[in-house]
Design a protein around this ligand. Sequence first.
Ligand code: C2O
Ligand code: CU
Length: 499
Amino acid sequence: MRSRVVSAMLPLQIQADLMSSSVLFTRRGLLRLGGAAFAAATMPMPGTSQPASEPLRLRAALSRVHLAGVPENSSAVWAYNGGVPGPEIRVRQGEPIRVRAENGLAEETTVHWHGIRTPNAMDGVPHLTQAPIPAGGEFLYEFDAVDAGTFWYHPHQRSSEQVGRGLYGPLIIEEHDPIRVDRDLIWMLDDWRMTDAGEISDDFGNRHDAAHNGRVGNTVTINGTSPEPVAVRRGERVRLRLINAANARIFALDFGDLDPVIVALDGQPVTPHAPAEGIVVIGPAMRIDLVLDMAGHPGSRTTVRDVAYQGLEYDLVEVRYDEAPLRKTVPDWSLDLPANPLREPDIAAATRHKVVFNGGMMGQMMMGDDAASMMQQMRDGAMWFINGQAADGHVMDPLVSMALGTSHVFAMDNRTTWHHPIHLHGHSFRVIARNGEPTRYREWQDTVLVAPEETVEIAFVADNPGDWMFHCHILEHQAAGMMAVVRVGDGATGHRANL
Ligand code: C2O
Ligand code: CU
């Protein structure tokens, strides 16, 4: 893999942070958006604001943007409102989000609000919760921001290519009573497989990626461009929201002497703690909110390195201290985020479900009752299995059905030699055990990275009615079968209910 070499050779460029291009609407119910293209089109006159009934227009279409290389380079992408990432959507907790998705692509699409507990019909899963939005069509998404935190949005239609070509954006729900920081930054991490000509390689959907660790690229970007040195000041406290928008790349960030403290995972507050071994590991689709206290001296610098792949470590970005300190010592303000309104699962009363992942190259021999069926499905092109079944992209029978309001434990067993970031729609779950050992923080997540041969137990209350996707977020694994549907209550409240 040549990823490290290529990205290390890219010249560093500076990108204004996402926040600085935000448009702030102050009225309740309106969205604060980032992205110059959108801002130019809709910037309200001073002293006016859009009526609350006007949804944000989110148009998926072809565009050209600068991703990497010399500043005059541009690459063809598929983008929301012309930019990568798409506009930053930012509302206060409890406020409505209204988005009119317009499809300017030559194929069907949808928008999924990753990690947000929406009503089923707003979840953006084609053929399951809605009919796909046809080319030239549109769909109005409307839901309330129930949980505060760091989320993101992306298509759920042919995700490997649509997300892989640049369709994604950040979605931030602000706490009513946030922790105090000097700056709130977003790093939307992605990697791209670029050709020598500076375009996105169009080898999407190839069987090699699907059977191994997915489409890992050769060029890493932060907020859609080659990482640029970040200027900080001694004494400054930064809330850094990491979002992994890559199809397949896992990042393991070594912040050097910056001593990051993890305050939220997948949008949900967690007991503030230092990352294990000082390394912040973030699989595809996951989010991690860090607090960084800048304790260095003016003029000094620290390099943030990605050490995820052995032998392919590289310098991601440099943090440089300005000459002017903000304060002499770091602040001691609270790091405790207010809890979100999640229902606590009753572990003792919970129904346990065994979930086994199989497939991929170099996997274990398939054994047991499912083996012959899996072999047949592989001959038909499937590569990954959940409880012996590969999804074929059509509407599926539920893997499990859960009565509304009941507690459940999924005991997940990864019998493959690959990592899988496993995502459940419509719910957040507690990660309660790994390899039989209780977890220290019982963290709430919506996407949990399961290591090769690892078992992970998650627990949640099935309190959001509908049919929900449960899948690996390595998008090539998902496309090659690693997804299922779980049913809460009587089933689909979205598209299928209307069939
Ligand atoms: Cu990020 Cu099924 O989605
Ligand atoms: Cu996977």
